[in-house]
Design a protein around this ligand. Structure first.
Ligand code: GTP
Ligand code: MG
Length: 148
């Protein structure tokens, strides 16, 4: 099944949004296959956001991501990469719809609470970077009540 990498950024952790965010993915019908609270160092954050290294906001972005612990997660389910991005909402919270995580809980693009992989390819790379031991193996007893 498809998997994505989701990270609650340091502002989301500080603001007590961990439970709320996990709850939204859980209630949707996705399965949690990896979870850790971790503070990453600068080289690691630069690797995670390597595609953005030429952007003017890159150093500020890395400062933000290393400013405290983040919650790194693997979520699994049908179309979870794209649907996860919809649950998260637009990058700039000024444009995120109410009902999305960023629409409900964020104001600034540089404090937008959560990250989600933008494609299946990125998800594969990010999961390998953050979870070198791979995902947990378990199957929900409710599976057939959520998936046809
Ligand atoms: P992520 O899920 O965090 O990867 O966000 P995204 O895929 O919606 O956006 P993108 O990958 O383009 O940018 C990564 C992160 O960089 C964003 O989530 C923002 O926190 C930050 N960012 C992007 N654009 C800007 C910008 O113009 N200014 C600032 N300050 N930060 C930005
Ligand atoms: Mg991105």
């Amino acid at each position: 099944a498809e998997q994505t990498f989701i990270m609650i950024k340091p502002d989301g952790v500080q603001r007590g949004l961990i439970g709320e965010i996990i709850s939204r993915f859980e209630k949707k019908g996705f399965y949690l296959k990896g979870l850790k609270l971790v503070t990453v160092d600068r080289p690691f954050a630069e690797k995670h956001y390597a595609d953005l290294s030429a952007k003017p906001f890159f150093n500020g972005l890395v400062d933000y991501i290393i400013s405290g612990p983040v919650v790194a997660m693997i979520w699994e389910g049908k179309n979870v990469v794209l649907t996860g991005r919809k649950i998260i909402g637009a990058t700039n919270p000024s444009q995120s719809e109410p009902g999305t995580i960023r629409g409900d809980f964020a104001v600034e693009i540089g404090r937008n609470v959560i990250h989600g992989s933008d494609s299946v390819e990125s998800a594969t790379k990010e999961i390998a970077l953050w979870f070198p031991d791979g995902p947990a193996e378990w199957k929900s007893a409710l599976h057939s009540w959520i998936y046809e």
